[in-house]
Ligand binder design. Structure first.
Ligand SMILES: [Zn+2]
Ligand SMILES: [Zn+2]
Length: 329
C-alpha cells in the first residue's frame, strides 16, 4: 500500500465487534475537511514537541504483537508519526470554527446523563477547546426506516441517518465538530450487526452509543468503567476528526480496537507521538493538557489514568519562566 501522506487511511469506525463484512466500505480518507483558515495559535513549537517525544518515549509501552481478531490483526495500517501528521495538513480549529458540540440523543438514565456530562467536561480539558452541550434531541428524529429490530433484542438506529440527517443540518457555524451520545444501540448498515460509534471526518459529526459501554448503575466500579470507556471513545474519535490516524507503535488512546476487551486494554493516555500531534493541532501546551487530564482523573477516581498523566507531567522539562516585569518607578 502506498504510504502517501495525503492518502493515509483513517477508519472513522473503530470499535467494531462481531464484524460480518471484513473491511466493508467504511474507510474514509483523511484530507482537509475544513476550508483553509488561520491555524491555532502557535503556543508550542515543532522543535519543542520533537523534544517532548524524546523525553516521554522511555515511559511508553510498545504495542505488542496483535492477538487474534485485534484491530491490527484484521487491518493493515501504516504508521503515522508526528512528522507525517504535520505533512498531512490536518484539520485545525480556527477563529471561526473552534467549539466542540455535544448532542444528547434520545432518553437516558440519570447515570448515563452523568457520564455524558462528565465526558463533555473531559473533552474540554483534553482538547483545550470550548465544549457546548446542545439541547436534547428525541429519537423521534430517527424515522422507522432508519431503525430495525436488533439481532440482540430491542431496536437499533442507523448511524448514517443520524450523521447525515440529524447532525449535519444542525451543525452550528462555529462548530469544529459535533458528537452525539445516545443510549440506543447503533448499526452502520447492511453486513454489520452493531457498532459502538461512527464518525464522518469530512462532515465533522459523529455518534457514539453508551449501550455497550457497561452499566453505569452497577456500583462505583461499574460507573467508573462506563465513564472510562466513554472518555476513551469520545477522545479517540474526535482525535480522528483532527486527522490523527491509528497508533500502530505504542499503547495509546489512538490505537484501533476491534472489540471491547481490546479497547479496555488500550490506555486513555496518548503516546508521545500522538500527544505531540494533539498539542500542535490545537495549540495546547502539553503540560496544560496533562495537568487538566490528571486533575479530572483524580476527581473521578481514575487512579491508573491519573498516575499516567502525572508521570508524563513529571518527565517534561520545567517550563521556562516568564521574564520578570521591570518597573520604571
Ligand atoms: Zn479509530
Ligand atoms: Zn499514539
Amino acid at each position: 500500500m502506498a504510504r502517501g501522506i495525503r492518502s493515509i487511511k483513517i477508519l472513522g469506525m473503530c470499535l467494531v465487534a462481531a464484524l460480518l463484512l471484513a473491511g466493508g466500505g467504511l474507510v474514509v480518507l483523511a484530507r482537509r475537511q475544513v476550508p483553509a483558515a488561520e491555524p491555532a495559535p502557535d503556543v508550542v513549537s515543532v522543535a519543542e514537541l520533537d523534544q517532548l517525544i524524546v523525553r516521554l518515549r522511555p515511559l511508553q509501552t510498545p504495542l505488542g504483537k496483535p492477538r487474534p481478531f485485534d484491530w491490527l490483526a484484521m487491518y493493515h495500517e501504516p504508521e503515522q508519526t508526528f512528522r507525517q501528521y504535520l505533512a498531512s495538513e490536518p484539520v485545525q480549529p480556527d477563529r471561526v470554527r473552534r467549539v466542540l458540540y455535544v448532542q444528547p440523543l434520545g432518553a437516558m438514565t440519570l447515570k448515563q446523563r452523568e457520564i455524558v456530562d462528565l465526558t463533555a467536561e473531559f473533552m474540554q480539558r483534553y482538547f483545550g477547546l470550548p465544549v457546548t452541550a446542545m439541547p436534547d434531541l428525541s429519537l423521534n428524529e430517527v424515522p422507522a426506516k432508519a431503525q430495525r429490530p436488533s439481532p440482540f433484542g430491542g431496536r437499533q438506529i442507523l448511524t448514517g441517518y443520524v450523521l447525515d440527517r440529524v447532525l449535519k443540518p444542525r451543525l452550528p457555524d462555529d462548530a469544529v465538530a459535533c458528537i452525539a451520545f445516545t443510549a440506543a444501540d447503533l448499526w452502520p448498515g447492511e453486513g454489520w450487526n452493531f457498532v459502538f460509534g461512527q464518525a464522518s471526518l469530512r462532515g465533522r459529526v459523529g455518534v457514539w452509543s453508551l449501550a455497550r459501554q457497561g452499566d453505569p448503575a452497577a456500583g462505583p466500579d461499574g460507573w467508573r468503567l462506563c465513564l472510562l470507556r466513554t472518555l476513551k471513545v469520545a477522545t479517540h474519535e474526535t482525535g480522528h476528526m483532527f486527522g490523527m490516524g491509528h497508533c500502530t507503535l505504542w499503547e495509546c488512546n489512538m490505537c484501533g480496537s476491534n472489540s471491547l476487551p481490546e479497547a479496555d486494554r488500550h490506555p486513555l493516555a496518548l503516546c508521545p507521538e500522538c500527544l505531540a500531534k494533539l498539542c500542535w493541532c490545537l495549540g495546547v501546551r502539553p503540560e496544560e493538557h496533562l495537568r487538566r487530564v490528571s486533575e479530572f482523573c483524580a476527581a473521578q477516581g481514575l487512579e491508573t489514568e491519573r498516575q499516567a498523566a502525572a508521570a508524563a507531567l513529571k518527565a517534561l522539562p520545567a517550563p521556562v519562566p516568564e521574564p520578570a516585569a521591570t518597573s520604571r518607578e
